[in-house]
Design a protein around this ligand. Structure first.
Ligand code: SF4
Length: 406
């Protein structure tokens, strides 16, 4: 019989992330160096044991492999497409946030689910898995600057403001998957739904058929790009809700006119892509196919040939004809995709010339993965992500609504 597991506690409290991470984060590159040499480590979870600090990448990889072999079927490792190669190689499943949460739910035999992604994803996995399963985020500092732009308190206050501004009118809240569990719970309680970048159109259409307007958070760009696809006039029928201003900084008639209210949030990775980069790619590679993520600005999405979720971007390139592809999404995904399709006559490059991984995904350094997997072998559970029962119940309503819509 196995010894009971001891849950390790930490005093580390992740800080909310600034809206725009400093450019210095973009110089990190994508090659792994020992944790002690990481320039941004001071902001990362500090209570990893010292022994992991200066281990070289090869040793970390060997340790993770060993621990994984010992844990066998008890462990499932999920890897988001934006993870670095030294981490993604251990993923039993790779995908975007929603695909991975579904994989987590389908692995009901696994005792431990180590989520190599960011905090909101691990919360999503905890909501969708059985209570006996343990979800672990290797580095608790791996948050998401976009998710942090929608502070739950600000959203609740905005909802009240909205009710007072347009009494008697109906509004449905939609939260992007990239948000805290408490906000998924909020939309579940208030007749709304969650959406992902692959089903946002269906979610918005569903909500607009039932209400006067939609309150969409936290990513204004996904909301705007999706509204445009549904034929909504962006200039007159959408408005930006600024959470730092009373009533979003909007007059009552602006709210009354809006079919879609867009929370003023964005992804610090995807707003780096610019129309000029697309123009340059088209000038240098006539016939290039440009595909971008819908978290990019409307101007960038309009200038591209296609837009879609990470899974859709991968399929666009894999299923497309030989040729040159310019991609507007995170660099780790683009690099891997380039390698995977190069023998099929396809050349793939990132629109952004500056190597810029998602700086929070990047915090899942292999040292953290080695730490948590070896701790599990030793009978300890570090960094458990747990969503309380009430939040989970309402969030599940919103997630199930999304599944029913799409
Ligand atoms: S890529 Fe953007 S939305 Fe995704 S985790 Fe990083 S900051 Fe958040």
């Amino acid at each position: 019989m196995r010894a009971p597991l001891e849950e390790l506690t930490t005093s580390f409290q992740p800080q909310r992330l600034p809206p725009d991470l400093p450019d210095a984060d973009c110089e990190s590159g994508i090659a792994t160096v020992p944790l002690v040499e990481e320039p941004h480590r001071p902001a990362w979870q500090p209570d990893i044991p010292n022994l992991y600090l200066d281990l070289p990448p090869e040793e970390l990889v060997a340790r993770i492999s060993r621990a994984r072999g010992i844990l066998g079927d008890r462990l499932v490792i999920l890897g988001h497409h934006y993870q670095r190669d030294d981490v993604i190689q251990f993923a039993d499943f790779r995908g975007d946030s929603f695909k991975l949460c579904r994989e987590a739910a389908a692995r009901d035999g696994a005792e431990f689910i180590v989520f190599c992604g960011v905090h909101f994803m691990a919360e999503g996995a905890d909501i969708l898995t059985r209570p006996e399963q343990t979800v672990i985020l290797p580095n608790l500092a791996a948050g998401c600057s976009m998710a942090d732009m929608a502070d739950p308190g600000d959203v609740y206050a905005a909802w009240e403001d909205l009710g007072e501004a347009v009494p008697g009118e109906s509004t449905i809240p939609i939260t992007y998957m990239n948000s805290a569990a408490s906000l998924k719970s909020f939309v579940g309680r208030n007749g709304g739904t969650v959406c992902t970048s692959s089903n946002a159109t269906a979610a918005l259409r569903w909500a607009l058929a039932r209400a006067d307007r939609v309150f969409f958070f936290p990513d204004q760009h996904l909301g705007r790009n999706t509204a445009k696809k549904l034929g909504i006039d962006i200039a007159t029928e959408t408005a930006i809700w600024n959470p730092r201003k009373r009533c979003g900084g909007l007059h009552r008639d602006q709210i009354a006119r809006a079919k879609v209210l867009l929370w003023q949030g964005h992804c610090s990775v995807h707003i780096r892509f610019k129309v000029e980069q697309i123009e340059k790619a088209r000038a240098e590679y006539p016939g290039v196919r440009v595909v971008v993520h819908p978290e990019c600005t409307q101007a960038v999405v309009d200038a591209a040939d296609a837009d879609g979720s990470t899974e859709q971007i991968i399929r666009y390139v894999q299923d497309g004809p030989p040729g040159v592809y310019a991609i507007g999404t995170e660099i780790n995904l683009v690099h891997r995709l380039a390698q995977e399709v190069r023998d099929h006559g396809k050349q793939v490059f990132c629109l952004d010339p500056v190597v810029c991984p998602c700086s929070t995904m990047y915090r899942i350094h292999p040292a953290y993965l080695a730490w948590v997997t070896e701790a599990l072998v030793d009978g300890h559970v570090p960094n458990r992500i747990r969503v309380d029962d009430e939040t989970r119940a309402h969030a599940l309503v919103a997630l199930e609504r999304m599944l029913a819509i799409t």
